[in-house]
Design a protein around this ligand. Structure first.
Ligand code: BES
Ligand code: MN
Ligand code: ZN
Length: 497
C-alpha cells in the first residue's frame, strides 16, 4: 500500500480514478466544480440526468473522461449542502472506496479532504482517508492457495493546497500508523488457532520489538508464572497442550520516571469453553478470543510508529481454553496472584481468570491508568450489538476520556454501570468469589469480578466481544479498538506536550 499527497492543479493529476464529492440539489464540491470546468461540464450533465441524487454514500463512476489524464471520475454523494457529521463523512468515504474494488483501478486520488466536516480539521479528514482505504483493501490470503486479491487498489493520493500541506502530512502519518496497527491486529485474529497459538503471539511480539528501539519485549513462561503465584491464569492453560505465555511490551517513549499507561489484552487463542464446553455451531469463531491481545500489539505498533512521547506497557496473557483431563472443573477453587480465592462455577468464564492475575501483575509498573480489552462476554453482544464496545471502569475521568476518543476515532464505546449492588451476584459459599454471576447482567458482573483486582489504580475495561469481529458473509476481524486506543494515546500525548 502506498500513499501520496498531491498539490498540483486537479486536472493535471494523472490517476486511474479521482474521487470528488457532490451534494443534493446538484450542488458541486470545490473539486467537482474544477473538474466540471475542465471537462466541458461533464459532471453537471451527469447530475442533470438524475443518475445520482447526491444522497450520502451514493456513487456513480464516470468511466471515460475525454481529453484528460484522469482516467475515471467517481462522484460520491455527500448529502445536503452543509457541513457533514464525522460519521457521514466516513460513510461517504467508505462507500466511495469500496465501490472501486472491482474495476481495474490501481491509483486513486481522493479530493474529499476539502469537504467541510463538523468540528474536524484537515488532519483528521486526511487520516480517515488513509484508514478507510487501508480497511477496504485488506484481504486475508495467508492460508489460501490463490493469493490474488479481489481489488487492484494499490495507492491513494490525497489532494491538498500548499497551505494545508503540514496538516495533511500529519494526518497521513497518523493514518498510516493506525491503519497498519489495525491491519496487524486483523491478520492475527483472522489466522486460525492452529497457527496463531500463544507461542505464535509471543514470537510476533518479539519481532515487533526488533523493529523499534524504544520497544522491548519479555515473555513470562509458565514456570515464571508458577513462581509468581498466578494460580488463576495457570488454571486456564492446564487443560491445553499449548503453554501459556505472559507477553510484556515495554515502550519507553517518555521521561524515565513518567508513569506508564498499561494496556492489557486478553490473548485467548482458542476458547472451546473447557469442561463447560461450548456448543458446536460457530465455535470456529472462538479463534478471535485473542483480539484484545492482538489489539494491544497493533496499538503498541501504532504508538511506536508515531513515536509518541509517553511510556506504555502492553500485557498479553495468552492461552487456550480446552477440555482435558487436567482442565479446570466446575467447583474447583483457585488462588489468584492477589491471594484472593476464586470458585470456578463455569470454566467458560476463563477470560477473567487470565485478566485478574494480569491486573494484579500490572501494579508493579506503578501505572498512571490501566485499560484492559477483552472479548469477554457474549452478554455484551446481547446488550449492545456490534456498534459500540462496552465500557466499565472505576474512574470517571478515564472513562470520559475514552468515550471522547471513541467519538473522534469513530470506534465508539458505551458505558455500563459498575454499581456496588451488582457485586453481590459474585458471592460464593466456598471461596472469596465465584467466577460467574448467573444469568443477569453478564457484562457487568464480569467487570465486577475484574474490579476486585483493580482497586489500586485508575482502571477501565473494554468488552469488545461484539466489535472485534464481524460474523456472517463478511466474517473476519475488524481491528477494533486499535483506532480508539491510538486516539486516546494521541490525546494524552497532546496534553503532555
Ligand atoms: N470468549 C467468550 C465470550 C464471547 C462470546 C466472545 C461470544 C465473543 C462472542 C468468553 O470466554 C465466554 O465464554 N464467556 C461466557 C461467560 C459466561 C460463562 C458467564 C459467555 O459469554 O457465555
Ligand atoms: Mn469462554
Ligand atoms: Zn473466552
Amino acid at each position: 500500500m502506498d500513499y501520496s499527497i498531491e498539490t498540483a492543479p486537479l486536472e493535471k493529476l494523472q490517476c486511474d480514478c479521482m474521487i470528488v464529492g457532490v451534494y443534493q440539489n446538484q450542488q458541486l464540491s470545490a473539486s467537482a466544480t474544477l473538474l466540471n470546468n475542465s471537462t466541458q461540464g461533464l459532471i453537471s450533465k451527469v447530475l442533470a440526468r438524475g443518475d445520482i441524487s447526491g444522497k450520502n454514500g451514493e456513487t456513480v463512476l464516470l468511466n471515460t473522461i475525454p481529453d484528460s489524464v484522469i482516467e475515471r471520475i467517481l462522484l460520491v454523494g455527500l448529502g445536503e449542502y452543509k457541513p457533514l457529521t464525522g460519521k457521514d463523512y466516513i460513510k461517504a468515504l467508505s462507500s466511495a472506496i469500496n465501490s472501486l474494488k472491482k474495476p481495474q483501478i490501481k491509483f486513486v486520488i481522493c479530493a474529499l479532504a476539502e469537504v467541510n466536516v463538523e468540528a474536524c480539521d484537515r488532519q483528521w479528514k486526511s487520516r480517515q482517508i488513509i484508514e478507510v482505504f487501508s480497511d477496504a483493501v485488506y484481504q486475508y490470503t495467508q492460508t489460501k492457495s490463490d493469493k490474488e486479491t479481489e481489488s487492484k487498489l494499490e495507492k491513494i493520493g490525497i489532494t491538498a493546497p500548499e497551505t494545508e500541506l503540514a496538516s495533511v502530512q500529519a494526518g497521513l502519518a497518523q493514518g498510516r500508523a493506525i491503519a497498519e496497527g489495525v491491519c496487524f491486529t486483523k491478520l492475527l485474529a483472522d489466522l486460525p488457532a492452529n497457527i496463531c497459538t500463544p507461542a505464535y503471539l509471543a514470537r510476533q511480539a518479539l519481532e515487533l520489538g526488533e523493529k523499534f528501539d524504544k520497544l522491548s519485549i519479555s515473555i513470562l513462561e509458565e514456570s515464571d508464572m508458577e513462581t509468581l503465584g498466578m494460580g488463576a491464569l495457570l488454571s486456564v492453560s492446564r487443560g491445553s497442550r499449548q503453554h501459556a505465555k505472559l507477553i510484556t511490551l515495554d515502550y519507553q517513549g517518555g521521561e524515565k520516571n513518567s508513569k506508564p499507561i498499561v494496556l492489557i489484552g486478553k490473548g485467548l487463542t482458542f476458547d472451546a469453553g473447557g469442561i463447560s464446553l461450548k456448543p458446536a455451531p460457530g465455535m470456529d469463531e472462538m479463534k478471535y478470543d485473542m483480539c484484545g491481545g492482538a489489539a494491544v500489539l497493533g496499538t503498541l505498533q501504532a504508538a511506536a510508529q508515531m513515536n509518541l512521547p509517553m511510556n506504555i506497557i502492553g500485557l498479553i496473557p495468552a492461552s487456550e481454553n480446552l477440555p482435558d483431563g487436567d482442565a479446570n472443573k466446575p467447583g474447583d477453587i483457585l488462588t489468584s496472584l492477589s491471594g484472593k480465592t476464586i470458585e470456578v462455577l463455569n470454566t467458560d468464564a476463563e477470560g477473567r481468570l487470565l485478566l485478574c492475575d494480569t491486573l494484579t501483575y500490572a501494579e508493579r509498573y506503578n501505572p498512571d491508568v490501566v485499560i484492559d480489552l477483552a472479548t469477554l462476554t457474549g452478554a455484551c453482544l446481547v446488550a449492545l450489538g456490534r456498534i459500540p464496545s462496552g465500557l466499565l471502569g472505576n474512574d470517571d475521568e478515564l472513562c470520559n476520556d475514552l468515550l471522547a476518543a471513541g467519538e473522534t476515532s469513530n470506534d465508539s464505546l458505551w458505558r455500563l454501570p459498575l454499581w456496588e449492588e451488582y457485586q453481590e451476584l459474585l458471592k460464593s459459599n466456598f471461596a472469596d468469589m465465584a467466577n460467574v454471576g448467573g444469568k443477569d447482567a453478564g457484562t457487568i458482573t464480569a467487570a465486577c469480578f475484574l474490579s476486585r483486582f483493580a482497586e489500586n489504580f485508575r482502571w477501565a475495561h473494554l468488552d469488545i466481544a461484539g466489535t472485534a469481529w464481524r460474523t456472517g458473509q463478511t466474517k473476519g476481524a475488524t481491528g477494533r479498538p486499535v483506532p480508539l486506543l491510538s486516539q486516546y494515546l494521541i490525546n494524552r500525548a497532546a496534553l503532555q506536550a
